[in-house]
Design a protein around this ligand. Structure first.
Ligand SMILES: O=C[C@H](O)COP(=O)(O)O
Length: 253
């Protein structure tokens, strides 16, 4: 019912030259298979979007972006609008990533506006939520996730559930090599599903995909994906290597 989603978030990695050789390898592996039961996407840096758009034409791989502003245009130095992303046929936009929150000071209110702007422009926002290690140790995981989720979705009272994605990314698992165990992740994913039921209704909540992110590798992806409420993965480090990312995307579902 929920189509599995495998997304690579390259963050600030890969020049255009490196991107060229990445896709030569990645597409050679991926295009041998017909993965109609899953969606695969990659979010390169903004400077490569135009180039990657041309490489991915005629392929099933979705182009994704790492952030977006909420206005179509305006005096917002350093920002990219949903309209500009649409022009490049970007489909998914990562928003509220913990690096945006913690390193660049993006708060829930700004993230809410980004989510709403991206959704209304016809792109699919991926709203990231997740607790820090201290919050987990203090027993505040659910509280933190609930606040981020409810504030992030506050502008979307009516939604098409196929056009919104949530990513649970515990901050302590990002880039650390320590992933949440499948049961730790499932506990939070199940909690998020319950919150989505409260916000929308059971039928729509069931159709919203919830991704897990944080030190996903070819070695741990299978057991994570076996959990009932883990509908896909948002992969950082391991998506930088075309062979590793292909292994992740091609698991048996
Ligand atoms: O967006 C991806 C996440 O931040 C996960 O990054 P990671 O796989 O390097 O831990």
């Amino acid at each position: 019912m929920r189509k599995a989603l495998f997304l690579g978030n390259w963050k600030m990695h890969h020049t255009i030259l490196e991107t060229k050789s990445y896709f030569e390898k990645f597409l050679r592996l991926l295009l041998k298979h017909n993965f109609s039961d899953r969606t695969v996407g990659i979010a390169p840096p903004f400077t490569s979007l135009f180039y990657v758009h041309s490489l991915l034409k005629e392929t099933p791989v979705k182009l994704c972006a790492q952030n977006a502003h909420f206005e179509e245009k305006g005096p917002f130095t350093g920002e990219i609008s949903p309209l500009m992303l649409k022009e490049l046929e970007v489909e998914y936009v990562i928003l509220g990533h913990s690096e945006r929150r913690h390193l660049f000071g993006e708060g829930d209110e700004l993230i809410q506006r980004r989510v709403e702007g991206v959704y209304r422009a016809g792109l699919v926002p991926i709203l990231c939520v997740g607790e820090t290690l201290n919050e987990r140790k203090e027993g505040k995981t659910f509280e933190r996730v609930e606040t981020q989720l409810k504030k992030g979705l506050a502008g979307l009272k009516e939604i098409n559930p196929e056009r919104i994605v949530i990513a649970y990314e515990p901050v302590w698992a990002i880039g650390t090599g320590v992933n949440a165990t499948p049961s730790q992740a499932e506990e939070v994913h199940n909690f998020i599903r319950g919150l989505l039921e409260e916000l929308y209704d059971e039928e729509r909540a069931k159709r919203i995909r919830i991704l897990y992110g944080g030190s996903v590798t070819p070695e741990n992806v299978n057991e994570l994906m076996r959990e009932p409420n883990i509908d896909g993965v948002l992969v950082g480090g391991a998506s930088l290597d075309p062979e590793k990312f292909f292994k992740i995307c091609s698991i048996n579902l």
